[in-house]
Design a protein around this ligand. Structure first.
Ligand SMILES: Cc1ncc(C[n+]2csc(CCOP(=O)(O)OP(=O)(O)O)c2C)c(N)n1
Ligand SMILES: [Mg+2]
Length: 789
């Protein structure tokens, strides 16, 4: 173990190397790599420089194997440089930064190969991810699954302007409610965003806000050089000047250099003996070195700040930095997309003692012994256990999930029944399910599950209503073994929690099967977080209910139109909209398996678009064929005859309208078929991948499920599609084999009224289906219509 000064010297040298390598990576991408057009790098160089020291302190010394980090998006080159020094990143990938299969612009769990803990990119989300990851760690620990693994700290490196993102504030409040621990947020307080310099005094707002939520706040403002200067005669006056200097001015002076600092100090402090001496005895370079020695660029100060933490309360570090520190555009307000020119880089290379052609060498230009540095890196506690991505065995899912059927019910009710059935059993599957809901637990039918499995909290808290013997349908007991996490009304939090729960196998080595419930329209409120969770390959199930206009009297604000398209378009999410509960039970069983498939390109999360509309349930036997039709996305509810003139395809809660229309069409059109579509998403994806296989000649004869289903239809058979959602979700069916389609659905915000009123109004009732059928099929006018009631 090196002595303390030697350790600091090594860490500082490595931080300089990290700044060099990250800058060189960016420079290479812009000026050296052939074919650089389109791969030019904006918004990385200055942002990365800000964090080179802080991240070096963390990775090379402070972090332990169990700690997990979300790195500010634009510090990606710094992260990759650190991993390169560790030997976890290749030169080839750095040379191909931002290129196809190269190191990613923003750290990516799924695309990068150097052990990214949490993806980042959309600012704010990675920050909240660490908070929820810590709550999930507590969940795993409380359920007795941590075994002898030590608790990790969940750390976010946060841009100061990133703190504007509302989802961070939502997460803070939720964290406070759950007694957040083991979370560190390190704010890179460079007082610059993309466009501008941030408001004065922001740190005070941050400080009071974090303290308000029970966080420890550590402000690291001055580096060691500064602190030494403050102790000199006149140092106090210098400190006062620094503290009073507006952000814009400080940034501008950092850009202009030592002489500009000198002029301003003289003009503003005047001739005051001691302080003038303090300034005058330094050269311009020394003065700039002093004035840019903010805490976040001073290894000793950062190490001191991190190592002083001796508790598990959450901590916010506000580390003062200069955006682009050490680079020619440091402090310039336009530096976000700033890039060094070739000649600036040449000059800087010289200053770093790096020989041309040796830019990628790990220890080039450092005065310390390479062997000593190599040994120091090898001993970094962070690497003690090798690669840190964990895995967990697959939880067995029974062949069929059961429920107690009733002749009439909704898919939302069915969802509650399936979970209730699971809650009653003693299966491993049931024990690994975690549910969460943003204050709609009861209204999404999770009540029975929660009654049996309880709410999660680290400390027991009894339901007072129950202990006071006040009758209530719901038992709201909290305990460390509870399996439901009750959230406040913030759908962003719900999806980030899913993102954290759904990565537990990789982060904690313990698999959880998370289920989120929310109202379908409010998917849009949490959409970027949902996308984020999918992007980093977290695995979860979303039950969104009610959906469409089936909650008719609630009006447009509670009705969803776009969600079927969101479900189709969202990568990593298999979307289903069953009409009947036996379909739902099959889909949920398949879903729990799908959530656990980890081979590349297989598996993912699951979205169930459910409804509160009560439907008559079919009495039927679940054959293997029916089962696979349901999970592949469609099956014939009524097979078309050989001379089929007309086919109706429906999804979800409009099943009764489609069934009724088929009945009424029977006398006017021959062999009418009725296709039940349980997943437009899976059908479409199957069709796309079959075409790709055929194009690549890997599967010349391979036909997708929908191609096979539509194959028997004569060419001039008409198709009407109908969904309680945007019609484009099914309109593509006509392209599969060239049939004419009329696609019915909802395109305008709902009115209030009964379901019948609204289905008529939006043209998705039985008569609208018949009208559409008439217009897309050949033949005499249809004789029957539904009678108005
Ligand atoms: C949700 C979202 N909106 C906008 C952006 C574009 N963007 C990337 S970085 C950035 C400014 C970040 O400033 P700050 O967090 O202070 O980081 P710094 O560059 O100063 O280190 C913006 C607006 C983004 N990545 N994500
Ligand atoms: Mg900033």
């Amino acid at each position: 173990m090196p002595t303390e000064p030697a350790r600091l010297e090594m860490l500082s040298a490595l931080a300089r190397k990290v700044l060099w390598l990250s800058s060189w990576t960016i420079h290479h991408a812009n000026h050296i790599r052939p074919n650089v057009d389109g791969l030019k790098v904006g918004g990385h160089q200055a942002s990365s420089a800000s964090l080179a020291t802080i991240m070096s302190a963390l990775y090379f010394s402070v972090l332990r194997p169990q700690d997990r980090v979300a790195v500010k998006p634009h510090a990606s080159p710094v992260f990759h440089a650190i991993q390169y020094l560790f030997g976890h990143q290749t030169r080839e990938k750095l040379e191909n930064f931002r290129g196809f299969k190269g190191a990613q612009s923003y750290p990516s769990r799924t695309k990068d190969t150097d052990d990214v803990d949490f993806s980042t990119g959309s600012v704010g989300l990675g920050v909240a991810q660490t908070l929820f990851a810590s709550l999930v760690q507590d969940y795993v620990k409380s359920h007795g699954w941590m075994k002898d693994r030590p608790e990790g700290r969940m750390i976010a490196l946060v841009g100061d302007a990133e703190m504007d993102e509302g989802n961070i504030f939502e997460a803070l409040l939720e964290g406070w409610k759950h007694g957040l621990r083991n979370t560190w947020w390190v704010v890179d307080y460079n007082r610059q965003s993309l466009d501008a310099v941030v408001r004065e005094g922001l740190w005070e707002k941050f400080e009071s806000m974090f303290r308000n939520f029970g966080w420890d706040v550590v402000i690291v403002k001055y580096g060691r050089l500064m602190r030494a200067a403050f102790a000199e005669p006149g140092g106090e006056a210098l400190k006062r000047w620094i503290d009073a200097c507006p952000n814009q001015m400080y940034a501008a002076l950092c850009f202009q250099g030592g002489a500009a600092f000198r002029k301003h100090l003289r003009d503003e402090i005047g001739d005051q003996g001691a302080v003038s001496q303090l300034i005058d005895k330094r050269s311009d370079d020394e003065l700039l070195a002093l004035m840019s020695n903010l805490g976040g660029h001073d290894m000793a100060s950062m190490i001191e700040a991190f190592e002083a933490i001796d508790h598990d309360r959450p901590v916010c570090f506000i580390a003062y930095t200069i955006k682009g520190v050490g680079l020619p555009f440091q402090g310039h307000k336009d530096n976000h997309a700033g890039l060094m020119t070739v000649s600036q880089m040449e000059k800087w290379r010289g200053a770093q003692n790096i020989r041309p052609g040796h830019e990628w060498e790990k220890f080039e230009g450092l005065s310390l012994e390479p062997a000593a540095l190599e040994a120091f890196l090898a001993e970094a506690p962070f690497n003690r256990d090798g690669r840190r991505r964990l895995s967990a065995p697959v939880i067995e899912v029974p062949e069929r999930l059961s429920f107690t059927p009733t002749p009439q019910m909704s898919t939302q009710q069915g969802f509650g029944l399936v979970l209730n059935e699971l809650a009653r059993g003693e299966t491993e599957l049931a024990s690994r399910i975690v549910t969460a809901s943003p204050d709609v637990t009861v209204s999404t039918n999770l009540g029975a599950w929660v009654n049996r499995r309880g709410l999660f909290a680290r400390a027991e808290k009894a339901d007072l209503f129950r202990s006071e013997k006040i009758p209530s349908t719901f038992n709201w007991d909290f305990s460390p073994s509870g399996q439901h996490i009750e959230l406040g009304i913030a759908e962003m939090n719900l999806f980030i929690l899913m993102s954290a729960l759904g990565l537990s196998h990789a982060i904690n080595g313990e698999r959880l099967l998370p289920i989120a419930t929310l109202y379908d329209p409010f998917i849009e409120r949490g959409l970027d977080a949902l996308n984020y969770a999918c992007y980093q390959d977290a695995r979860f199930m979303v039950a969104a209910t009610p959906s469409g206009i089936t909650l008719a009297p609630e009006g447009g604000a509670h009705q969803s139109i776009a969600t079927p398209l969101i479900g189709m378009a969202q990568d990593g999410l298999a979307s289903f909209e069953p009409a009947f509960v036996d379909e739902l039970a099959v889909i949920m069983g398949w879903g729990f398996q799908h959530m656990q498939r980890e081979k590349a390109g297989e598996g993912g999360s699951v979205y169930l678009r459910l409804s509160t509309r009560t439907l008559e349930q079919p009495q039927r036997i679940m054959t293997p064929d029916l089962q696979s039709g349901i999970t592949d996305g469609a099956y014939w509810l009524r097979k078309p005859g050989p001379n089929c003139e007309m086919m109706i395809a429906y999804t979800g809660a409009v099943a009764p309208e489609a069934i009724e229309a088929v009945g009424l069409l029977g006398e006017s059109r021959r062999d009418v078929g009725l296709l039940a579509i349980t997943s437009a998403d899976r059908l479409h994806a199957g069709w796309t991948s079959a075409r790709a296989l055929r194009r690549d000649r890997r599967g010349v004869a391979h036909l997708s499920h929908i191609e096979k289903l539509l194959a028997p239809l004569p060419r001039d058979c008409g198709i009407v599609t109908v969904i309680d959602g945007h019609p484009a979700a099914l309109g593509w069916l006509g392209s599969v084999r060239g049939h004419r389609v009329e696609a019915l659905g909802v395109e305008h915000f709902g009115q209030t009224g009964t379901i019948d009123d609204l289905y008529r109004h939006h043209g998705i009732d039985a008569n609208a289906i018949i009208d559409a059928a008439e217009s897309v099929s050949i033949g005499a006018p249809v004789r029957h219509r539904k009678m108005a009631v």
